[in-house]
Design a protein around this ligand. Sequence first.
Ligand code: C5P
Length: 403
Amino acid sequence: MIPAHYQFDTFHGKRIHLGVTGSIAAYKALDLTRAFLHLHLQVGVTLTASARKFVTELSFGALGADPLYTDMFTAGANFDHLEPSVADVFIVAPATANIVAKMAHGIADDLLSCQLLAYPGPILVAPAMNPRMWAALATKDNWNILGQRGVVRIEPECGSVACGDTGQGRLAPLDEIFIHTLAALSPQDLRGRKIMLTLGPTREYFDKARFWSNPSSGIMGASLAVAAALRGAEVTAITGPVDIALPSMIRRIPVVTAREMFEAAADIFPSQDIGCFTAAVADFRPPACPTGKYKKSGEPLSLTFESNADILATLSKEKKSWQQTIGFAAESQDLEANARLKMDRKNLDLIVANPIDEPGAGFAAPTNRVVVMDRLGRQESWPLLPKTEVAWRIWDWISMNTP
Ligand code: C5P
């Protein structure tokens, strides 16, 4: 399934056209179609003759894909075989060596190749084939030609393929194809910006088996990271220990403790345009256990915690005039006043505040209700929204208000 933090309402109603060719991976195109329909995109499909040996137009139609195309010569009188030209993006998944070759050389000998040749918009190609076919010099040359023409190329992954061979040739994961499709549909208003994010919790071990942490899910930070990457930014995510997917277009630096997160952020931030600090960093760390593991003795365990450095405050104080920092504030009272104080105290450009004790907002929820304020005195209160929508609006704010 496609993770919730990859799903942005902004794409509702966009039209995509999916070309399916004759690979055993054709069945995966059904899941891809479902994922797009789930996001309320309109999905048209063209199946080649060989694709129809593996999957049928009935399956795509039953899911809700419309229009469906198969053969150039069996259509009704009003049939416009180049109709996909009105789609916002054209994806070929899975793409065989054959369709890659035909696209590279402008061959238009069936319906899909005609549609692709005539299509004026962005094209994505995700091949699936036998590893020896993928490695063939002819395929490599054809693949390079597509790259030179600006086709978005989603390379197959390595592993075992249906015929028993092992190597590169498996269709890329569906969430990668999904995210590249959304990127092709996104404004590229953050292109050229380098954005670093911290996200998730940190863990502070007090012996080899136990740690002090918090239930941060990382969803808010991951939504921000994905939204920024879709909009063209070069994104680095420093992630605390949390099981959250990020697309391969995001550089991921996994850390565990607050100190590791600090070191990674301090190393990367000087080269960044924007630092966005969503991590729920542990403010304190326990001392190291002298024996490796505390034994149960029936006696209370008493430890003195030390303060961890505030990553955001430290890096924000040192930032250059062209750098911006975004902080988060989970508040239990006087939300706006406390958030504004925090923005000033930590020298932030933007702060996103949310009530800590409201149902549907905060730590582990998929939604959030936030108040956003910036250093120029602008302030907005947003209703309860999916975190992906909050993320999209934060980048709208940054994109509109900074050059
Ligand atoms: O002061 P408070 O913890 O409420 O501030 C929250 C903001 O500061 C968040 O953006 C969080 O990521 C960041 N922070 C940090 N390092 C800490 C504590 C908080 O970067 N040690």
